[in-house]
Design a protein around this ligand. Structure first.
Ligand code: GLA
Length: 711
């Protein structure tokens, strides 16, 4: 809902309203666009009701715009805060000064055009109101005759009024993604972001702002945002001199410069933002609903994600037909619906030193073609999926031998190898075409392939494109746009294929990838205890239906820890369940327990993948944690409780549930126990995972799944 009205100054203002949030935009002196309110909705659609003082006659009232809530500070405006836009001309002139031209209000979209007459550059600010969230981006159109250089073009600024705030952000590294970090914002800037080519394991392009010290999961105001960009990005959180907060996010300006030719338009990625009055949990649920209802690729958006088996940890590079067939048979017997063959099936890929770039079948491993395995998998009633890493190349590959210049390279300098591989220059259309062609054949030539895991396993270095010096600083962005283009084309050609995004685990799990892929491999660390933390952090920003988790073998490949099978399953059930262990070596007891747990998962899958998620208690080193999934109408809930490490003598604990119907009666499926929604939401349920009656209680690695449905 977007309403335009006039301020007492006579200048136009726009109130944007979703089910949860409102945003007020208004024009002040010199056509400066202010964003003086971003907060809970339901207040008013009349801008004048906000009683805001927008500077009306600069400069005598306010010479500089620091500390003012600017919607899009651009270099050239009289402000010293973090700028969203820097434009330069070849003659050396820098900066912009825009005048307001026109607005376009259509349904839930607002576009505001500003024009710089000197540069003949039009800046359009785009706002889209979704059910709960607002998406923002800008476009820049060169209407003149000279080339303009965009040295910086962020997606949006989000100002908040003077107060004391905390920043919550997600950080980590390979195998330890999505750690939740909360820190106070003090005068000065906190910057996050990535310069690695991908959005990164180190910092995820998501943020939340809370009043200082607020930590409640289900209460308190949270302003949050998520940037739909899979490449280098920047987030700046700047406490200004009057304690106002200026937030700015977008494409990383480091090593970025975009030559905007006459007639050309540049579009920034979208920044999706919202306001929660129910803590980080409420913010997360808004993002989950947004992904499910508006954002994920439409053709698979509503489909339940299949239970998958992935053979990577079982067979690594030693892929053989008979052994994959054996794994497939066992997987099918456990109830798996999608069998995925990972790395090692192609080119000369016997190890990680060769083969990337040659997406043709390794005939030594598959003497009768891939179809033999695909037919077998289909015959077992499962779908078939395959792994690729299309943006990478090993020097030991036919592709590299034919086109060494297709990999990023810096003239006269030696290359840094990551996992023995180089990054292909996806900014080049010939590279994209060649890779696209290979993938098209892969999907067409061997029978029906229903799933592709698209991996990316190294950060970019020596990101040189000596053959195209004028575009050298566009490479980081052109690569990402090129990647989206190939994914878009493949999806259009093979709409039945489900795509999974992976970058050494969760290194590229952003909304940008989730526009073109359907789910994400969350982390290469499959240790069940570590996964609790990783999945908790991941679920701050993304829905359970896009979070893939495997049950793998013990001792765990990454940590050596030994968790019981049921515990590993219960952790993996938090999102899209997968199995990634060497099931050829599982005992028959493990296989039948696995089959029973897969069946349990399928029974709760609609709740997990389409319900609302509430963390009851976040993962902690000692003691229980829990997560709950509730049907939208409150008719059923699945509760998963865990305790990695318990301590002796702990008192009985309870977990208070959410989202139920207070007046309804609920019955627990396992034992028929009954209670009311009000009791379960006020007194909670017993969450003591250890029986105090036991003389030698097992305190560690305890977990339960309970399902309650209305009677
Ligand atoms: C990455 C992925 C893994 C696996 C390997 C294969 O590390 O994250 O899941 O696919 O590559 O080489």
């Amino acid at each position: 809902m977007i309403a335009r009205s006039d301020l007492p100054t006579g200048r136009p203002a726009w109130v944007l309203e979703t089910n949860r949030a409102s945003m007020l935009l208004c024009l002040g002196a010199d056509d400066t666009l202010y964003l003086p309110y971003w907060g809970p909705s339901g207040t008013t659609r009349n801008a004048a009701d906000f009683l805001l003082e927008v500077p009306g006659n600069r400069p005598s009232e306010a010479t500089f715009l620091d500390g003012q809530p600017l919607a899009y500070p651009a270099y050239g405006m009289p402000t010293f805060k973090e700028q969203c836009l820097v434009v330069a001309t070849d003659s050396g002139a820098r900066g912009t000064r825009f005048t307001f031209k026109t607005d376009r209000v259509a349904d839930d979209r607002l576009e505001l055009d500003f024009h710089d007459a000197l540069l003949r550059l039009t800046l359009t600010l785009h706002f889209t109101c979704h059910a709960e969230l607002i998406a923002r981006k800008v476009t820049l159109r060169n209407e003149g005759e000279q080339v303009l250089t965009l040295e910086r073009a962020l997606s949006a600024a989000l100002p908040l009024p003077p107060d004391q705030y905390d920043l919550v952000s997600l950080h980590g590294q390979w195998g330890r993604e999505f750690g939740v970090v909360q820190r106070p914002l003090m005068p000065g800037k906190v910057t996050t972001g990535s310069t690695r080519g991908i959005s990164s394991h180190e910092a995820h392009p998501w943020f939340a702002i809370r009043p200082r010290g607020e930590r409640a999961e289900h209460a308190g105001r949270v302003w949050f945002g998520s940037l739909a960009w899979s490449g280098n990005w920047l987030g700046v959180f700047e406490v200004e001199r009057n304690d106002a907060l200026n937030i700015a996010l977008g494409i990383q300006p480091f090593d970025f410069a975009w030559r905007l030719e006459p007639g050309a338009t540049f579009e920034t990625p979208e920044l999706v933002c919202g306001v929660s009055e129910h803590g980080l949990g409420g913010a997360a649920r808004q993002l989950h609903a947004f992904e499910e209802q508006h954002w994920l690729p439409e053709n698979h958006r509503a489909r339940l994600r299949p239970v998958l088996y992935n053979s990577w940890e079982a067979t690594h590079f030693e892929v053989q037909v008979e052994q994959q067939v054996e794994l497939a048979r066992r997987a099918a017997a456990m109830g798996v619906e999608l069998f995925v063959i990972d790395d090692g099936w192609f080119g000369t890929r016997d190890h990680d030193r060769a083969g990337l770039g040659d997406w043709t079948l390794n005939v030594r491993k598959f003497p009768n073609g891939l179809r033999e395995l695909i037919d077998e998998v289909h015959g077992l009633g499962m779908q078939f999926g395959i792994w690729v890493e299309p943006e990478m190349v090993n020097p030991d590959s036919d592709l590299y031998r034919a086109h060494p210049d297709w990999a990023y390279h810096a003239e006269g300098r030696s290359a840094t190898f990551g996992r023995n591989q180089l990054v292909l220059n996806f900014a080049r259309s010939d590279v994209r075409q060649a890779i696209h062609e290979q993938l098209r054949h892969l999907l067409a030539d061997h029978g029906t392939i229903e799933f592709v895991k698209w991996d990316h396993n190294r950060a970019w270095t020596e990101v040189g494109w000596p053959e195209s010096p004028a575009q050298q600083r566009e490479v980081w962005v052109r690569h990402v746009l090129g990647l989206y283009e190939v994914l878009r084309a493949l999806r259009a050609e093979s709409p039945h294929v489900l795509f999974e995004s992976c970058a050494g685990g969760g290194g590229r799990a952003d909304l940008g990838m989730l526009r073109w892929t359907d789910q994400v491999w969350t982390s290469d660390n499959t240790d069940a205890a570590d996964r609790l933390d990783i999945q908790y952090g991941y679920s701050r920003a993304h829905a359970p239906r896009v979070m893939v988790n495997w049950v793998t073998d013990v001792p765990n490949e990454q940590t050596g820890r030994v968790a019981p099978l049921e515990f590993r399953f219960h952790v993996a059930m938090q999102g899209v369940l997968g199995i990634g262990g060497n099931i050829a070596e599982w005992s028959s007891a493990d296989l039948s327990e696995g089959a029973a747990l897969v069946a349990e998962y399928k029974a709760i899958r609609p709740l997990v993948q389409h319900g609302r998620q509430f963390w009851l208690r976040p993962p902690t080193a000692i003691g229980p944690c829990g997560v709950q999934y509730v049907a939208h109408d409150g008719s059923a809930t699945a509760v998963l409780l865990y305790q990695v490490r318990g301590v002796r003598g702990q008192g009985a604990r309870r977990m208070v549930l959410h989202g139920l119907r207070p007046e309804a009666r609920y019955r627990r499926e396992t034992d028929g126990a009954e209670s009311t929604g009000a009791v379960l939401m006020n007194a909670g349920l017993p969450a003591t995972l250890v029986s105090t009656a036991e003389r030698h209680p097992r305190l560690d690695w305890r977990s339960t799944l309970q399902v309650w449905r209305t009677v």
